[in-house]
Design a protein around this ligand. Structure first.
Ligand SMILES: C[S@@+](CC[C@H](N)C(=O)[O-])C[C@H]1O[C@@H](n2cnc3c(N)ncnc32)[C@H](O)[C@@H]1O
Length: 260
């Protein structure tokens, strides 16, 4: 590569993490997205010089030889590696697979959960893995309770927000994309769960920090090591039309230890 071409090409390489397309001498370069790859089209008559080093990018002159270029941070601008900012979701570590799939609680089970937790105006209900936020929407509409819904799945966040808007409870219900295992639960007076037995157990260190008198209600799953204050069974039909017996567990904080 001729020196006059090489220097702009290298300067560009220093910046390509920030751009999905750039122009070298009026021609488009592509492919700079995820894997830090950049294809630079240089004129066919250009002389190419191999710089050695790791080849994170390759430049091609016409159909001729392929050249490995060394990737270097821009000398004059700020270090692009420091500036390659993570997205908010990456920072909050929510860009990962949910620990349990979405499966909504049937409406009559939602009613039972709120009833046995004695939810009332003034309560702050946290639904950990809120799905479409049906529990919080019901708590707000029926009892005037404040609600905070957390889910890791962006699709569930979208559905929750739609549900909140449709039911006009935006003043009471807040939805946030979060990993439930990173939450501080101290402001909740009621926590609702429909997760898995082992996830309930994993949450215990966080749940133990709830204020005395706070209530925890779990659909279907116990929390091994914590003796429930109440267990209620009821029949319900799920969204696929299948009817079965459901359980609702209630604990008051601090809970009594259960052996075995
Ligand atoms: C079985 S659904 C329950 C939905 C809702 N609570 C209900 O009862 O209708 C479990 C939800 O937990 C969410 N989830 C799974 N792992 C999570 C995590 N680590 N942090 C936040 N949400 C999570 C899933 O995306 C799913 O929406």
């Amino acid at each position: 590569m001729h020196r006059s071409l090489l220097l702009p090409a290298l300067a560009l390489l220093g910046h390509f993490a920030a751009f999905s397309a750039a122009t070298v001498r009026g021609q488009k370069s592509v492919d700079s997205e995820r894997a830090n790859r950049l294809r630079i089209h240089v004129p066919a008559e250009a002389r190419l010089t191999d710089l050695g080093g790791e080849p994170p990018a390759r430049a091609q002159a016409g159909s001729g030889p392929v050249l490995a270029l060394r990737q270097e941070p821009a000398q004059t601008g700020p270090d692009y590696r420091k500036n390659a900012s993570k997205t908010k979701d990456q920072e909050n570590q929510v860009d990962r697979v949910p620990d349990v799939v979405y499966w909504p609680t049937p409406e009559n089970v939602v009613d039972k959960m709120l009833e046995i937790a004695e939810v009332k105006k003034g309560d702050v209900v946290y639904d950990l893995g809120c799905g479409d936020a049906r529990i919080l929407v019901k708590a707000a509409k029926k009892y005037g309770a404040k609600g905070f819904g957390f889910d890791i799945d962006p699709q569930r966040i979208k559905e929750s927000l739609e549900n909140v808007t449709k039911n006009k409870v935006e003043n009471l219900v807040t939805i946030k994309r979060s990993d439930i295992f990173k939450l501080d639960l101290k402001d909740a007076s009621v926590v609702t769960l429909y997760l898995l037995p082992e996830l309930n157990v994993k949450l215990m260190p966080q749940l133990a920090k709830l204020k005395p008198g706070a209530r925890i209600v779990s659909h279907d799953f116990a929390m091994q090591g914590a003796k429930p204050n109440k267990v209620v069974t009821l029949r319900a039909t799920n969204q696929k039309g299948h009817e079965r017996e459901h359980r609702v567990y209630l604990w008051f904080v601090p809970w009594e230890k259960e052996e075995g």
